[in-house]
Design a protein around this ligand. Structure first.
Ligand code: SF4
Length: 296
């Protein structure tokens, strides 16, 4: 029997993960965006080659019979649900339809404006949808070096999603030391001006695969990162974290920027929970409670 594709979320059981329980669903195995900091290649064979899961839609239908109506399903956390083949396959679109027509709540995380193609479905069920768009930099040159196959146009995507009445967050994730940490205020400002309501931030965590890629792409920063991560950092759950004083400083900057724009703020897999807006979760699922109490 084919394995489940709708599975309980928390593949890492990271002790610093604080968001509520939910399900996760990745329509694709692997992701084509090739982000240098991504650690998909540490646990997925041929991780930068996205391929549709076999018999995906029938497996999703089968799995949805087993979970309670109104469940929260994250799409997706191991690969972008709008990874390049989705443009021609349209399977994430069908998955969204299945989930939402069956009464579930959906968290979408993406780097692609392709999500706008599905605005009709998303807005029809807007009280059960939260979209987070990852924006790590506004600098096109840096973006093409850091996330070489991920599309631009993300600020505009936030604007259109928010303009359609959806709850939208921006993930400033990851903040990579000495690379995009000077852009925190600018990214938060762009998020606010585009209509996002929530900012999530996290500092880059090193694994063997992404560290090798980053140091090859930015060799001038390699000695600094080696010092920060391998000498002065600490190991948490199989990843190297940057020194605590650095992380506290940049995440405080992000939290203060969010506050100054009246945005909600959450950290992701970091220990400084005092920076979080009370009641807000990094996955954006708190928006469902908002709708529950104020809409319908
Ligand atoms: S979009 Fe996400 S899953 Fe895809 S390569 Fe980038 S970090 Fe990895």
């Amino acid at each position: 029997m084919a394995t489940s594709v709708v599975r309980l979320f928390d593949p890492w059981r990271n002790p610093l993960c604080t968001c509520p329980p939910k399900y996760g669903l990745n329509p694709y195995t692997g992701c084509g965006h090739h982000c240098k900091y991504c650690y998909i290649t540490s646990y997925v064979r041929d991780g930068f080659n996205p391929r549709l899961k076999e018999n995906l839609l029938s497996r999703v239908k089968r799995d949805l019979e087993k979970i309670p109506r109104g469940s929260t399903v994250a799409l997706s956390n191991s690969s972008d649900p709008y990874t390049p083949p989705e443009g021609r396959l349209g399977v994430t679109r069908e998955v969204l339809r299945l989930l939402l027509e069956r009464g579930h709540r959906v968290l979408v995380v993406t780097k692609s404006p392709l999500v706008l193609r599905d605005l009709d479905i998303l807005t029809k069920h807007r009280d059960r949808v939260v979209v987070q768009v990852t924006i790590t930099t506004l600098d096109r040159e840096l973006a093409s070096a850091l996330e070489p196959h991920a599309p631009g146009g993300r600020v505009e995507a936030v604007r259109r999603l928010a303009g359609a009445g959806l709850a939208v967050g921006v993930r400033l994730d990851p903040i990579v030391p000495h690379l995009n940490d000077g852009e925190i205020d600018a990214v938060v400002r762009a998020a606010a001006e585009a209509g996002a309501r929530h900012v999530v931030a996290s500092v880059y965590k090193a694994k063997w695969d992404n560290f090798a890629r980053l140091t090859a792409a930015f060799p001038e920063l390699a000695p600094l990162w080696r010092d920060m991560y391998l000498k002065r950092g600490r190991r948490v759950h199989g990843q190297w974290y940057a020194p605590v004083d650095y992380r506290r400083r940049v995440l405080t900057t992000a939290a203060e920027a969010a506050r100054s724009w009246r945005l909600q703020f959450s950290i992701c897999r970091e220990e400084f929970t005092e920076l979080n807006t009370p009641g807000a979760f990094c996955d954006g699922s708190h928006f469902f409670n908002f709708y529950k109490s104020t809409v319908g």
